[in-house]
Design a binder for this molecule. Structure first.
Ligand code: HEC
Length: 439
């Protein structure tokens, strides 16, 4: 009922505004107010990141901060640039989209003189962070400094990324249910990508590089970084649904690749990562990773083309609990489909406007059951023309890039329905990575 009344008010306000300019005191009758309607919208949708000490470049916690740039905010929301959220459709945890009615309310408020409503203007506090039990806290031993500006050679490889190896010191296997990243300088940090590693690959990279952590890569051998989740700074934790966990062998390290964005001044990053475990008596299934990957890209200047990963056929039924993408800058859109044994194609993820600074793991609200015989495939649309605003080369130049764990890759995080098939599923990821290298 309430929602209907509010929508009615907006339509009226919009119509009134068309007629001519209104004084804010008369408008207050029909126009939504900050205290009643606009404040709560901004609080729910924006303030988690746009308040002091958070990842957003400015605060939106007070009426003046919002009022002064309201037209710009509406523009950016309508263009889909904010809040950061890449998928179209689907039902995922942390889905950050702003309903039409809310956009219309902000617009009506702005053109109606941005009235405050009854009482003093509310100052918005970020919504409380979802509860998280820190069973294990991992912290970089020293800070790592990032430069004021990006390296000009960034298109020659992945740059603005930094790898860190965090030893867990666990003498027994662990069942990790959730990961949280506490950023030291949230405005410089974009994405954290995780991979648990028992091979010592992270330690080796760490020892070879004299700095704190190491440059680039960060794959644990055949296991791509991101196989155990991605977190977009400010968005919350990476949490599996109840009844699922990431299995971590005794003596493991956590490899983290931090993707940062220089802010114009040197920043010192001393990042903290926290782990929450499944409860001891909790029934829980292991989540395994399946790469839907393209190993190498060769694309001419001004060329536009679509790459498709090799299809992966599931030998047993699985529950899909996450999709974690990575792709180079000239990728403009990507999608993941499941071709069911019946031949029906089911879309699992569509990202119509890819931006590698805004990627994260997409966790379906309810695990998606996929039957045995399902074929999973990812496709990536690349636009290497000069007209692509995200093309780092201007004018466009030929791109030849490869990565043995996939230069384009969406990792499907899945758990076997039949426990007897779990061991086979556990080895699927590295088997597929090996095949990718041979191709
Ligand atoms: C998950 C964190 C997050 C949330 C939620 C979020 N923002 Fe942002 N916002 C950022 C970051 C980080 C940047 C700067 C980097 C960028 O532009 O991608 C930014 C930049 C912006 C900019 C400048 C964009 C530009 O193109 O210059 C505007 C305007 C903005 N946000 C408005 C909003 C509004 C309005 C909301 C709520 C409807 C919102 N943001 C929600 C993180 C967030």
């Amino acid at each position: 009922m309430i929602a209907l009344v509010v929508v009615g008010t907006i339509v009226t306000a919009g119509a009134l505004v068309q007629v001519g300019p209104l004084k804010s005191d008369t408008a207050a009758v029909d126009v939504p107010t900050w205290n009643d309607r606009i404040g709560p919208i901004i609080q729910a949708r924006c303030v988690t990141c746009h308040s002091s000490g958070r990842s957003g470049p400015f605060s939106l916690a007070t009426v003046d901060e919002v009022r002064n740039r309201a037209t710009f905010l509406v523009e950016v929301i309508k263009a889909g640039r904010m809040p950061p959220w890449l998928p179209e459709g689907g039902e995922y945890r942390y889905q950050r989209t702003v309903p039409e009615a809310e956009i219309a309310a902000i617009q009506a408020w702005s053109s109606g003189g941005s009235p405050i409503g009854d009482g003093p203007p509310e100052i918005l506090a970020p919504p409380p962070i979802e509860s998280f039990r820190s069973d294990l806290v991992l912290e970089m031993p020293e800070p790592y400094s990032i430069p004021e500006e990006s390296d000009p050679a960034w298109h020659s490889g992945e740059i603005d990324v930094h790898g860190v190896n965090l030893p867990l010191g666990n003498t027994v296997p662990l069942r990790v249910r959730a990961i949280r990243h506490v950023a030291a300088a949230p405005q410089s940090m974009r994405v954290a990508a995780f991979a648990f590693d028992v091979t010592g690959a992270g330690r080796y990279l760490d020892e070879r590089d004299p700095r704190v952590g190491f440059l680039m890569g960060g794959d644990a051998g055949l296991r791509p970084v991101g196989a155990d989740g991605l977190i977009l700074t400010g968005s919350g934790d990476f949490r599996l649904p109840p009844g699922f966990h990431l299995p971590v062998e005794a003596g493991s390290d956590l490899l983290v690749q931090f993707q940062y964005q220089p802010t114009g001044k040197v920043e010192r990053l001393q990042e903290r990562v926290e782990l929450e475990f499944a409860l001891e008596n909790e029934d829980s299934r292991a989540v395994r990773w399946i790469p839907l990957a393209v190993g190498r890209v060769e694309i001419d200047a001004e060329e536009v083309r679509t790459y498709e990963s090799a299809g992966v056929v599931l030998e047993g039924a699985v529950d899909l609990v996450g999709l974690s993408p990575r792709a180079i800058e000239i990728c403009t859109s990507l999608q993941v489909d499941a071709v069911l044994p019946s031949g029906v194609r089911r879309n699992l993820l569509t990202i119509p406007d890819w931006d590698h600074h805004q990627r994260e793991s997409y966790v379906p609200v309810r695990p998606i059951r996929l039957p045995a015989g399902t074929r999973l495939v990812a496709s990536f649309h690349l636009d290497n023309s000069s007209a692509n605003p995200r093309n780092p080369d201007d004018p466009a130049a030929q791109v030849r890039r490869g990565r043995r764990t996939g230069i384009l890759n969406v990792i499907a995080q899945v758990a076997s329905v039949d426990p007897d098939l779990d061991a086979d599923l556990a080895s699927t990821g590295s088997r597929l990575s090996k095949e990718l290298m041979r191709r």
